[in-house]
Write a protein of this length. Structure first.
Lengths: 521, 521
């Protein structure tokens, strides 16, 4: 990537990110996908699945259960992509536990909720499939060994009209991924290879259908590169035939330093995401090159509740969302003033943070509260945050202000005003919703000690991707019909969530359409 | 396209839109772009330009002026695409007329304005080029014969901090397009072919560079097809060599019934746009297939001021924006109530209209006013609207209500309340900005006659497209570097305007980067 192309209004450190001569030797990478006439297949399968997250494992499990010979490729050293570090919350519209607890739900209500969050541009036919098949998919994963907290009242997530979310036994996606990976590996004819990187599709002789993939074994992903997909030359080339087709379940691109910044130039290369390092766009871009149609590519959901002082999702989101953002304040370190409603929607808050970071890339806004701002349930997380250093504790506001170089008097005035508004039940300047109800009579105890976290928006989920139909077939822009032999599911697809995905709908989307792909192929 | 894929919450008439057996015979269309080994060139040029709008003609003029042999391809029967039906307003930051009239402007101020409208996701390096080179580009087009209203105070357009827009002599893009088309056709070695459809790129033997195009002469665009790009088989195949490269200036896709609806399912196939019929995505999608990177694809600017009762841009936008929307009201025909601030931004209003059209695709909201609602300058347009039938005149509100099947009592109550708010200077429920200032003491005369227009959002400009750098080189996702031999300019590119383009910046973008492409190639 040319220096000029990457030159954004935020400072870039291209040197530090490993742009080396290696990225120049990409001649072969520019050629079109090879046809079967141009390659020699090393191995032959019925189905090849790219990716081992929720979508990939559900697809592989369903296909292998049907007696198909399945090869599953994972470029990273471990299985599970983002799914295994996910929070394990699975929206299941109209589920059995809702019925047991007398909660009225329907596919229509789920679609209405999703359309509202998605700003009306969701592909409704996809939501209908999720609405109809989520319970069946939950049951299928249980059969594969996944464990959930069942028999309880389902959990409520923001934006859902009713409690409809089932949570895994350990509140992590690992309670789905690990048993399902073990399940598929035990099925006859099913093979899972880690450190094996999908490189390109192999097309039929006439160029119309997907009949296999080229890949590299012994691949070593390198997170120090600006673009691992373009620059990393490790591994040994292999060619695999897929007699029935390929299922692309390669995930989103929240960690693709180049492609995410093309969609949102505010996301600088050294900015962390909540995702694992391997969440890049390479496989998606290859699908575009054989005719898959890009949809909703620029909607990147970013979490305004994250911290630059820890890697990935971390503990900050819990401490801000169930603590500092609720009863406390978030201030611009340059003037000690609040600059947003700390409880607004994710996009509004991230946009407000970016205004500051645009002016000064190091001026991470600081969330501030006292011990009374934290819900009792997260006291353990408070200790964890302090131990890791992502949250700091100060005896006085002066000490806090000094640490973050915030003008102390201005900060004190901000908190005094905020507390007075809370006490008087007055809606504040940023219209923090129901300030008096949310914040309570005493917002921040002025005597301290005080707790503080530096905040930054972190890319969390990429809504956009390629267009699939309700059978998980990838649609070609050349024909407006499915590309024979190509299926996709999960975050690599776009359209389902529209502009913004509701919480706990990622697992639903990935597992349902993973299963659909495994059935359809 | 499968029926299921196109099944949206709005009614579709696939049969009426010409989905026939013809679209099934697309085998060859699915193959990858051919290499030079697979084709025989019919003719040879230095440069091939795709499209004859602002970007294409500026590119061709600049390249031909440099002594290059240029072939310009236009699929339609006439030259100029959307540009020739455009309003002729050209934002020129820091221009000579601003200086003459003492208007302080700068590239920085222009960028600030564009970033605000674009929600901060604009590619700033592109705006910098426009800011720096717009005046020079204006001068270049004048040299080519374009005529403007110069020596006057530049015009103000919404969202611009200062008056910076130069308007053509006839307030139409035709005052640029027609002389420039004549200019390039007179240059030695320059050839312009209409009814010649770009089909695909021809790649170098190693697949890395663009070395030509395949095309069809005697092409007859068919606006009755759901997808002309996929289904239309007319014309005779030709292969043209481009020794220095191809400049893609094929425009946006506001009239692509399939691809625009993938981005925004609310835009049904039979919905008109302000664009000419040929504004489809085919050439853009072909560029994605040789590695161009999709950017900001789903941001489609839609005009809430248009009418379903006339084709294209029409006269309604003038009558609503300088009349009915300002002092009058827009009501939901089902209940006679207002449902939006008639002066809100384009997206907010289009979203509000879509809520109604989602519930009932034929319930086009009706804008209503009396003669006093129109600015005096547009009295001629009032007569034109009445003559064409896009606007109707009624002696009484009862007659108006009966015509549109609006509950008459509810409509009268709505207008009574609106007038009272205006008279009392009270901000209304939709917070119509400064109601008393905008609307005046007497909003709608209750004695009539009354004027009414049915409204619908019409797609106007597609922000998204492929990524180019500041030299108009198309960037490949396989290398993060330019694709040798491929340049692009204008609405087919994405990033420059971010989420929303400011008025009068389309001409600036297209002409500046068209010129840059003609220089760079």
């Amino acid at each position: 990537m040319s220096k000029e192309m990457m030159s954004r209004r935020n400072a870039l450190k291209l040197g530090a990110l490993g742009v080396t001569g290696a990225m120049l030797s990409a001649t072969s990478a520019m050629a079109a996908a090879p046809t079967e006439k141009e390659v020699k297949f090393d191995e032959e399968y019925d189905v090849i699945v790219i990716g081992t997250g929720f979508a990939g494992l559900a697809a592989a499990a369903k296909a292998a259960e049907r007696g198909l010979k399945v090869l599953i490729l994972e470029k990273m050293g471990r299985v599970g992509g983002n799914s295994v570090i996910n929070g394990g919350a699975f929206a299941v519209p109209n589920n059995k536990d809702q019925a047991a607890f007398g909660i009225q739900d329907s596919s229509e209500l789920f679609i209405k909720d999703a359309l509202k969050a998605g700003l009306g541009i969701n592909h409704v036919e996809m939501l209908e499939v999720i609405g109809k098949r989520a319970q069946e998919t939950l049951d299928f994963t249980i059969k594969c060994g996944a464990t959930y907290q069942l028999g309880k009242k389902p959990t409520w997530f923001g934006g859902h009209s009713v409690n409809r979310t089932i949570v895994t036994s350990n509140m992590s996606g690992s309670a789905i991924i690990q048993p399902m990976a073990a399940f598929v590996e035990k099925l006859p004819g099913c093979k899972l290879m880690t450190r094996t990187k999908f490189d390109d599709f192999v097309m039929s002789a006439d160029g119309t259908s997907v009949v296999g993939v080229t890949a590299r074994t012994n691949y070593r992903f390198d997170n120090k590169l600006l673009s691992d997909d373009v620059e990393n030359k490790s591994g040994e080339k292999k060619v695999y035939k897929a007699k029935k087709g390929v299922i692309l379940a390669s995930g989103g691109f929240s960690m693709d330093k180049v492609y995410r910044q093309l969609q949102d130039p505010r996301i600088v290369p050294d900015q962390d995401a909540t995702n694992h390092d391997g969440a890049t766009a390479g496989a998606l871009l290859k699908a575009f090159q054989i005719g898959a149609m890009p949809v909703h590519i620029d909607w990147i959901q970013q979490g305004p509740w994250a911290s630059p002082d820890e890697k990935g999702f971390g503990v900050a989101p819990l401490l801000t969302q169930q603590g500092l953002f609720v009863k406390g304040v978030c201030v611009d370190v340059r003037n000690g003033k609040r600059f947003m409603n700390e409880m607004a929607d994710r996009k509004t808050r991230a946009d407000a943070q970016y205004v500051i970071l645009h002016q000064d890339p190091k001026a991470f806004p600081v969330a501030i509260g006292t011990y009374n701002t934290f819900d009792e349930q997260i006291y353990a997380a408070v200790e964890k945050g302090l131990a890791s250093g992502v949250m700091k504790k100060f005896d006085t506001l002066d000490a806090l202000a000094a640490n973050y170089k915030i003008p102390a008097d201005a900060l004190k005035a901000t908190i005094k005003k905020y507390n007075e508004d809370a006490k008087n039940g007055v809606e504040d300047e940023f219209k923090k919703q129901s300030l008096k109800d949310v914040v309570g009579k005493e917002a921040i105890e002025m005597k301290g000690p005080f707790y503080a976290i530096r905040t930054v928006p972190k890319p969390h989920h990429t809504m956009g991707g390629l267009k699939i139909n309700t059978k998980a077939q990838v649609i070609s822009g050349n024909t407006n019909k499915p590309i024979p032999g190509l299926y996709a599911a999960g975050e690599v697809t776009g359209g389902t969530h529209g502009a913004s995905r509701l919480g706990s709908c990622a697992i639903a989307d990935c597992l349902v359409f993973g299963m659909v792909a495994g059935e359809s192929i």
